[in-house]
Design a protein around this ligand. Structure first.
Ligand SMILES: C[S@@+](CC[C@H](N)C(=O)[O-])C[C@H]1O[C@@H](n2cnc3c(N)ncnc32)[C@H](O)[C@@H]1O
Length: 252
């Protein structure tokens, strides 16, 4: 029997694929990748004989069949997802099917688009005295979100927020966040973070919807919200010279 590897391909820039992910892709016999989002360049080092499938037009049954057949032939299969596969990757249902079939699998993490977006903006989600929490969420659309996780209830924490899969509903996102965050809270929208055509729009909850529409951004974007995008914060204790810890005595 062969083995299946779920691989996080990263946000777009092929150099953000992990070394481990690349070495598995390069030796895989069968590759099933999410063609709507994964940069095909991450597959460039594959074997000439590797069979490649784009999962965009496939069902769960078809993905499981193609990979299951390969593994039964003793081959290595790479299931390549965008960003990190544990976030909106729909990998659990695949893993459970392989588990039931007695097929061995492993998950190789990747750089998620929400951290790639923070990098593009040169911002830190967890600023002292601003926020020590990052909420990753989405607005309900054709796929529901549990009621207890409504945007309004999450907004009450005023934590740093990364909103996936929702930029086409930016009006509604801004409207529903405003009562808790306030209309002056900074927002950044990053489309195709780390790709060559990456686009960044910054604003406030009061004007971001208009700016995003003007920029023509309708998909593949992160909406980052919170005061971590602003310029007021406290310095960390970790590097404070009057603060001692396990690795350093206080230096004053
Ligand atoms: C199905 S989810 C997959 C998320 C992925 N697993 C991750 O960790 O980034 C697709 C959504 O992720 C976000 N996304 C994916 N790639 C992106 C990128 N390069 N820049 C900004 N957002 C991206 C968008 O919100 C998009 O609608």
């Amino acid at each position: 029997m062969g083995k299946v590897y779920f691989i996080g391909a990263g946000p777009g820039d092929p150099d953000l694929l992990t070394i481990k992910g690349k070495s598995i892709i390069d030796r895989a016999d069968v590759i099933v990748y999410a063609g709507s989002l994964v940069n095909p360049q991450v597959l460039q080092g594959r074997k000439e004989s590797a069979i490649v499938h784009d999962s965009a037009g496939m069902t769960l049954d078809e993905v499981v069949q193609v990979i299951g057949d390969a593994v039964k032939r003793g081959e290595t299969a790479a299931r390549v997802h965008t960003g990190d596969p544990s976030i909106y990757g729909a990998i659990r249902e695949q893993m459970d099917r392989f588990e039931a079939m007695g097929i061995e699998f492993e998950v190789v993490p990747g750089v998620s688009s929400f951290v790639a977006s923070a990098a593009a903006l040169k911002k830190e989600f967890t600023l002292p005295d601003v926020s020590q929490t990052v909420i990753c969420t989405r607005l309900e659309g054709r796929t529901p979100v549990p009621e207890a996780e409504s945007l309004e209830s999450l907004a009450k924490h005023r934590a740093s927020m990364a909103i996936f899969l929702s930029v086409h509903m930016i009006d509604e996102v801004a409207k529903r966040l405003t009562p808790s965050y306030g209309e002056d809270t900074p927002v950044a929208v990053v489309q195709r973070a780390s790709w060559e055509d990456q686009k960044v729009v910054t604003g406030k909850l009061s004007d971001i919807a208009e700016k995003v529409k003007e920029a023509g951004i309708t998909k593949t974007a992160q909406i980052l919200v919170g005061d971590f995008l602003g310029n007021e914060y406290s310095l960390s204790k970790l590097y404070d010279k009057s603060f001692s810890h396990e690795y350093r005595a206080a230096k004053i």
